[in-house]
Design a protein around this ligand. Structure first.
Ligand code: CTP
Ligand code: MG
Length: 398
């Protein structure tokens, strides 16, 4: 098998024009190059791909051909450029016309899918090697899909039999050329190339697609580019907090809570303005440390009557909202409770599960440890409890 890839980049990107300031999406600058170049790089890393055809809008052909000639040296693959047509299927047909005679297999790929991976492309190529005339990557549909006519539902297809289709789609060149010729002769209008094979009675096989392989289509999708475009820098936040033990009937005495979990205090309570969850307080300080935004004392002053006996889970939510705004990506959380009493270890797993839930992390990314200080110092004498938190995370480079 001798395969080339056709990257279709001749659309107008109408649905995004207002968000991009008039630039067709395939030409948005991403990672230092136009978006379509991301797909070129991916195919260049596929052992089974021997060359690339780029399909550009007629008006951009001259400039983009120059650019491709300039960049192609980095790829180590022959590159050809042609003008597209009014519909995607016309652009694909023009791309097929530009393939060299020796190409007997082709991957057709949307330039608007910059996250396609080498693994996915190889999976499609493997399907072709297995003898299929057409191979498409698909992902299961999660929404219920309705057939709607004139604003009225006419039927609901069985979701289990539905699949969302991605590119790259792989084809035998001769079969796809013939299908396109019939489509042109008989006036078929299709949204992907596999449909042409279906119309011609050929079997189209599927391989698993990839959830991340989205097509940049609407303004919301641009966030995906921003997130992936900005390199992240690692950061570490450290938090430390102490609460004094008091009798439960003293003012501001709170029953012991650790990581949002009630822990029997053995007759002791902690003194606090909020609910006194020493572990969540240390965790919040560590998160704020990652953000470089001070500490919880500044954020939630204990003079604020609104925060009297407030749940630390609510305070944590406010800190996490700040973290979200700054796009903090939490990698791991390591927590240590230091107390002579009560014994924390029986509650460790419950605390770990709850903290993981509060942070939206897998439990494996949260560690909860407990220790005593061998009867030394204030925890050793049972006067209070302390907690230490270390958060490792990353932030967008700014
Ligand atoms: N495409 C193409 N020629 C066309 C239409 C589309 O080469 N006449 C390409 C697009 O550049 C894109 C891919 O086909 O890489 C998928 O199409 P789509 O996401 O619909 O892109 P656009 O047609 O450019 O966007 P829109 O429909 O919003 O105008
Ligand atoms: Mg379109």
């Amino acid at each position: 098998m001798y395969a080339w890839a056709v990257i279709v980049a001749a659309g107008r990107g109408e649905r995004l024009l207002s968000a991009t300031g008039g630039v067709a999406k395939q030409f948005l600058e991403w990672q230092g190059h136009p978006l379509y170049w991301a797909s070129a790089r991916t195919f260049a890393r596929c052992a089974g791909i021997h060359g690339l055809v780029f399909v550009f809008p007629e008006t951009a052909l001259e400039d983009e051909s120059c650019r491709v000639r300039w960049l192609a040296g980095d790829l180590g693959l022959p590159c050809r450029c042609v003008a597209g047509g009014a519909r995607r299927q016309d652009s694909v047909r023009h791309g097929l016309d530009a393939l060299p005679d020796e190409a007997d297999a082709v991957l057709i790929h949307d330039a608007a899918r910059p996250f396609a991976s080498v693994v996915l492309a190889e999976r499609v190529l493997d399907g072709l090697r297995g003898g299929a005339a057409g191979v498409i990557p698909v992902v299961p549909v999660t929404d219920t899909i309705k057939v709607v006519r004139d604003g009225v539902v006419s039927m609901t297809p069985d979701r289990a039999s539905l699949a969302a289709v991605q590119t790259p789609q792989g084809f035998s060149v001769s079969v796809l050329r013939e299908a396109h010729a019939r489509a042109a002769a008989e006036g078929w209008d299709v949204t992907d190339d596999a449909m042409l094979l279906e119309h011609c009675g050929h079997t189209v096989c599927t391989v698993p697609g990839a959830d991340g392989n989205i097509k940049i289509t609407r303004a919301e999708d641009l966030h995906m580019l921003e997130r992936l475009a900005s390199p992240m820098r690692p950061c570490v936040g450290y938090g430390y907090d102490v609460h004094r033990y008091v009798d439960p009937d003293e003012p501001r005495a709170r029953p012991l809570r650790l990581g949002g979990v009630s822990v029997p205090g053995g007759g002791m309570a902690v003194q606090a303005h909020s609910d006194g969850d020493v572990l969540l307080h240390a965790l919040m300080d560590a998160l704020l440390g990652c953000l470089g935004e001070g500490d919880i004392g500044q954020l939630f002053p204990d003079s604020d009557p609104a925060l009297d006996n407030v749940s630390s889970c609510v305070l944590l939510d406010a800190v996490l909202e700040r973290a979200r705004q700054r796009q903090l990506r939490i990698e791991h959380v390591d927590l240590t409770v230091v107390a002579q009493k009560p014994r924390v270890s029986p509650h460790r797993e419950a605390i770990r599960g709850n903290v993981a839930r509060l942070l939206g992390l897998a439990a494996g990314r949260v560690c909860v440890k407990a220790t005593t200080e061998e009867h030394l110092g204030f925890t050793g004498q049972g006067l209070g409890i302390k907690a230490v938190a270390v958060v490792t995370a990353s932030l967008p480079q700014s």
